[in-house]
Design a binder for this molecule. Structure first.
Ligand code: UPG
Length: 476
């Protein structure tokens, strides 16, 4: 960790790289950017400017950003003020997607902001939802630009292929069927099941589809794509992208994962770890569906009943609303008193932000029921915790395919995007099988070893960082 004196020396070192980081909305996007920033700041050869948007969509984002900025006072913080946007002009009612679009429409305001820094920025690393609007800005400032991709390399392969899929989905192309036997064949990677693709991308009129159709062809104009992944988890896709099998037009891929959780992410609330300390090693199931995914209440109650029926102890993070600011209903109202009674003595239910990194790192955790948000998968891999996949939307089905193929976990495919309600008996049975699997436990440990190598001294993470910093050195 650099001392203050080395940092201030670096400020006068003309060779120091100075990178501006620009995440988009949502914890799934912010967390990897802040962890990436913290990894950069561990070195003494890079300065960081963080660009954020105010107000944030969720409270969790503003809290984490403040914690990050207090932990790293040497970071320059810039705020982009959004232009007002009429939501009626956007084909989405998801608060995070609306924000993505609002940022895209205000992206030109980044140019004066970037020019205003007291020392010149040498590279821009931004969110994948901002490719088309930001490339001309970076070019006009002669800045190399990179995407820090917040999902899997497999999802990246899918995104780069999306315009081809979309043209096959056009009604005017009714003769063509992009799916053969329900599978999408992308060069270089194993086929993606149609059922793993989010419905929002099977309809080319949605905002998600339109952003991808505009941005995917422009990925080639980036100087590189950084992915929070490593070969031990996603060998096939990493190699296929790297050697140009997926698309010859993709820029170089830098595997910068796995990102570790940092001290600045710690929450004051420590109940789960106090409770976990009392449980035997590997005995507890951790169930969490990320920062923005909710289950219908009936399904939530089936999950609770299922966890109780599994016979295993559990920590279950309940989320009732997409945006935390609106999530103020009592747990008793969400789950019902009966279920709360049944859970007593068997598990811990929490309806607030937990420190997932700390929970997954606890010796008592033996398995993770996860929606397969990419950050959660990498965190589980880095802690050697096996996954019971339950993807619900977006990239999660494609990520669940990675979980299954790597052997890090299992995926009951009838639990997936757009599937009906899953009953508690089945949930209980599957959790029991999953927690009892020695094979999965061993494979998760092997993946942990590979994650440690990738993130350790001389590993792929360090090599990627060295290369990037070299590219970002201010050239005088
Ligand atoms: N987390 C906590 N405490 C909580 C809930 C979440 O620490 O109570 C953390 C978790 O450790 C992770 C992040 O928040 O670091 C959540 O990210 P992720 O697991 O990727 O899930 P989402 O929040 O659902 O992220 C969105 C999308 C997901 C996508 C991801 C990255 O829903 O599908 O893979 O963004 O693009």
């Amino acid at each position: 960790i650099p001392t203050m004196s080395t940092l201030s020396d670096d400020i006068h070192n003309p060779k120091t790289a100075h990178v501006a980081l620009f995440p988009n909305a949502g914890m799934g996007h912010l967390v990897p950017f802040l962890r990436f920033a913290a990894l950069l700041l561990r070195r003494n050869d890079c300065r960081v400017t963080l660009i954020t948007i105010n107000p944030t969509v969720s409270l969790a984002e503003s809290r984490l950003t403040s914690q990050f900025l207090s932990a790293f006072p040497q970071v320059t913080h810039l705020q982009l003020h959004l232009l007002p946007m009429d939501p009626a002009t956007v084909n989405s009612n998801d608060p995070f997607w609306l924000r993505f679009e609002a940022v895209r429409r205000s992206a030109h305001l980044l140019r004066p902001l970037l020019s205003s820094t007291s020392s010149p920025v040498s590279a821009l690393v931004h969110d994948v939802t901002l490719v088309t609007p930001l490339i001309p800005i970076a070019q006009s400032l002669s800045l190399p630009s990179y995407v820090l991709f917040s999902s899997s390399a497999r999802m990246l392969s899918f995104i780069s292929y999306y315009p081809t899929l979309a043209s096959g989905l056009e009604p005017s192309n009714s003769e063509s069927n992009p799916f053969e036997d329900g599978l999408l064949r992308i060069p270089g990677i194993s086929p993606i099941s149609k059922s793993s693709i989010p419905s929002l991308l099977l309809d080319t009129n949605t905002l998600f589809a339109q952003i991808l159709m505009e941005d995917s062809p422009n990925l080639s104009r980036l100087n590189g794509i950084l992915v929070n992944s490593f070969e031990g988890l996603e060998k096939e896709s990493v190699e296929a992208v790297n050697v140009g099998k997926v698309s010859k037009a993709l820029p170089p891929l830098f595997t910068v994962g796995p990102f570790p959780p940092f001290e600045f992410e710690k929450t004051e609330w420590s109940t789960p770890t106090v409770w976990l300390d009392q449980q035997p090693d590997g005995s507890v199931v951790y169930a969490c569906f990320g920062s923005r995914t909710t289950l219908p209440r009936n399904q939530m109650r089936e999950v609770g009943e299922g966890l109780v029926k599994s016979g295993y102890r559990f920590i279950w993070v309940v989320k009732d609303m997409i945006v935390d600011k609106e999530d103020d209903n009592e747990l008793s109202e969400v789950l019902g008193l009966d279920l709360i009674e049944k859970i007593k003595g068997k598990g811990l239910v929490v309806k607030q932000w937990v420190n997932q990194g700390e929970i997954l790192g606890h010796r008592a955790i033996g398995g993770f029921m996860s929606h397969c948000g990419w950050n959660s998968i990498v965190e589980a891999a880095a802690h050697g915790v096996k996954i019971l996949a339950w993807p619900l939307h977006g990239d999660q089905g494609i990520n669940a395919e990675v979980v299954r193929a790597s052997g890090l976990g299992v995926w009951v495919e009838s639990w997936g995007l757009g599937c009906g309600e899953i009953k508690s008996d089945e949930i209980g049975e599957r959790v029991r099988e999953f927690m009892g699997s020695e094979l999965l436990r061993r494979r998760a440990e092997e993946i942990l070893d590979m994650a440690s190598q990738a993130g350790g001294v001389g590993g792929s993470q360090q090599k990627s960082f060295d290369k990037l910093i070299q590219e970002w050195h201010i050239k005088k």
